[in-house]
Ligand binder design. Sequence first.
Ligand code: SAH
Length: 471
Amino acid sequence: MLLTITTTRQPAGDLGYLLHKHPEKFQSFELSFGKARVYYPEVGNDRCTACLLLDVDAVGMVRGKNADQNFLLAQYVNDRPYVASSFMSVAIAQIFGSALQGRCKERPELVTTPMPIEARIDVLSVRGGENVLRGMFEPLGYEVEAVHHPLDERFPEWGESHYFSVTVRKTTTLSELLTHLYVLIPVFDSRKHYFVGEDETEKLLAKGEGWLARHPQKEEIVRRYLRFQPSLYRMALSRLVVEEELVEEDDQTPEKEQAEEKLESPLSLNEQRLMAVMASLRSCGAKRVLDLGCGEGKLIRELLKDRQFEDIVGMDVSVRSLENAMRRLRPERLPERQASRVKLIHGSLMYRDKRLEGFDAASIVEVIEHLDPPRLSAFERVVFEFAKPRTVVLTTPNKEYNVTWETLPAGKFRHADHRFEWTRREFQDWANGIGERFGYSVRFLPVGPENPELGSPTQMGIFQLDGEATR
Ligand code: SAH
């Protein structure tokens, strides 16, 4: 099976940087199910084409297994080696992993640059025919060209097979194209997936973020992707509650973080914020707490020191932050009973998530300003309607205060990744609206030194579920 990717954005050779594969080399990779090869049949300034050729060892995969079962011919003679399937997705993730995740060290600007791209898949097995094929790709803005292959050229009367050579075209980023292929190729695969496992739902939701919830075929995509796993299917669908645009992975670079810390450091605002949040969590009597958008785990470290908090779960969308948090927390140095109080999970606040239900309190510290405003309503439902902790402690910058920082140019946000910063009025209106809609009462507290006109640098809202008195 063959995946061919072509771009005509000049200089087209940039494709080599994006794929992290040198255009002049022919490279081979051993995968657990066979061999993959990457090569460029065409490298020019106007057009560049890369191929990912997958040699699935269908026989090798079954050899030694099922030894005492009947000989099953179909295990040996099948279309596995020729039809793009979940193996292709695994190969994309393993061989074009950086490109899939949208990382490019040498030319980072390319990652976000939309370019005319064409991907050809030889071949896809599509039961239901061309309409099914178009129904999957066209809503995502792809132009689709499909060549239907006959069962056997020598016997036209046998009719068509269900195999298609498929070309999709779109001006988009390479990362988006690969993400769509990663999710959609297995959707056409009629066999049990090579990679369906426990964390498949997470993978699907992570890769589907920003587009799957709005796809008219989302149910079909989820059903087929998680085929043979009805429980996973239902779980995934129930989490795709949100129709709005969904947030993209919000990976923060350490440099950006440092810029914000530097700006705020004369006040040691960070510490004051942590202390204020800790105080609120303590006083509401919470035992089971969530830290949503936990970043590198600064708050979690504080929570761990206090035995009141028996169960601490940190969640973040950024795997890199979670890895750093793990390094900082070093749970291995703790006695097992202590270490077992804390868990870090990967997830997005844009999706309903069963793992977030049943907690006494949640902290959401300096997170909302990283979400795109049209996506805030998704976040609101995920936290206040579905996870529904008794108490929510939420902080965000107070924009009015920014003018006191001489080093911050007027009109600029404190952090390059902030999508907005709110005045006290704006924050309070938003928070009170949530209170009304979801049945919480809200109190507001300043954090950091207060200026009589401008308020404090950080604003904090404490949401208390109505009818649930604070202990
Ligand atoms: N609460 C931490 C980190 C704040 S930075 C602290 O106070 O130090 C904002 C964090 O929100 C980042 O770690 C970012 O990865 C995370 N984030 C952004 N969008 C998110 C989303 N949709 N779901 C979960 N976390 C998200």
